[in-house]
Design a protein around this ligand. Structure first.
Ligand SMILES: NC(=O)c1ccc[n+]([C@@H]2O[C@H](COP(=O)([O-])OP(=O)(O)OC[C@H]3O[C@@H](n4cnc5c(N)ncnc54)[C@H](O)[C@@H]3O)[C@@H](O)[C@H]2O)c1
Ligand SMILES: O=P(O)(O)OC[C@H](O)CO
Length: 261
């Protein structure tokens, strides 16, 4: 059983290194939050693993800030699977502990897109914190973000279920990452510097070698939206990328009209 958990930026290279080396009856699970954008469109990391290595791949996503789990504070997570429930039950059994409650959901794309897209929402929440806009604004950003997450997931994969957004991988992960995650923290510092310090510089200074997922995911999402002609339908997602790249000021995070999707 193979467990993948690295920053998503490295997964293409890792799969290329593993290509041809995996034989026998192998099952994989990805904890990686992110996507690759190929010429033919977005490719979720579990699909990349499945396609490049020829193996089935489930996902594990949820409201899971690592250092809280490390000290055994209670939390939940979601296993997303396709096909047979049997393998999902095996993963649930493997990961479950009295303080880590894992639920299987038959919606691998929905679960993985929740884990991926909420990192863009967390960047937006960090801008709100850095600008000291307050709790009402932050709640508004989280709500708009969740709505865009659901709308984009369903446009990309019509099979995605509404109920997935109420699992740990959905609304709960939006909340915990917007309150306590690294994406939020670094975006807060970016906004405090009024965009004068780059994300790369802040990441290197604040994360000691760890890699942010939200900034590159915002770029990948922007590319997908632009390619599909959907930019105006997703103002929060597109504004986050434009702020990250310096085309807009952090204040722009509340300066757009929400489109009714
Ligand atoms: N840390 C969290 O709280 C948390 C929680 C849930 C999910 N995730 C997700 O898990 C994934 C990994 O996050 P993380 O915080 O464990 O990341 P991390 O930066 O701590 O790196 C995890 C692993 O990736 C390896 N790695 C680093 N650079 C690499 C490279 N160039 N090539 C190959 N491997 C490399 C590291 O050696 C390490 O073992 C991300 O997609 C993240 O969103 C993280
Ligand atoms: O620390 P972050 O912002 O990468 O978020 C960590 C996890 O994805 C939360 O579930």
């Amino acid at each position: 059983m193979l467990v993948f958990v690295t920053p998503h930026q490295f997964m293409d290279g890792i799969c290329k290194k593993l290509d041809g080396k995996i034989t026998g009856d192998v099952e994989a699970i990805s904890l990686v939050k992110g996507m690759e954008v190929k010429k033919e469109g977005p490719c979720m990391i579990s699909s990349l693993i499945s396609k490049q290595l020829g193996i089935n791949c489930c996902v594990l996503m949820g409201a899971n800030i690592a250092n809280e789990i490390a000290v055994e504070k209670f939390s939940e997570a979601t296993v997303g699977y396709r096909g047979s429930r049997e393998i999902a039950d095996t993963w649930v059994q493997l990961f479950s502990t009295p303080y880590f409650m894992v639920t299987p959901v038959h919606d691998v794309e929905g679960v993985e897109l929740c884990g991926t897209l909420k990192n863009v929402v967390a960047i937006a929440a960090g801008f709100v914190d850095g600008l000291e806009m307050g709790n009402n604004t932050k709640a508004a950003i989280m709500r708009i973000g969740l709505r865009e997450m659901k709308a984009l997931s369903k446009l990309l994969f019509p099979s995605v279920k509404d109920s997935t957004f109420f699992e740990s991988c959905g609304v709960a992960d939006v909340i915990t990452t917007c309150l306590g995650g690294r994406n939020r923290r670094v975006a807060e510092a970016f906004a405090k510097s009024r965009g004068k310090r780059s994300f790369d510089e802040l990441e290197a200074e604040m994360l000691q070698g760890q890699k942010l997922q939200g900034v590159s995911t915002a770029k990948e999402v922007y590319e997908v939206l632009k390619h599909c002609g959907w930019l105006e339908m997703f103002p929060l997602f597109s504004t986050v990328h434009q702020i990250c790249t310096g085309r807009l000021q952090p204040e722009a995070i509340v300066q757009y009209r929400e489109n009714k999707l």
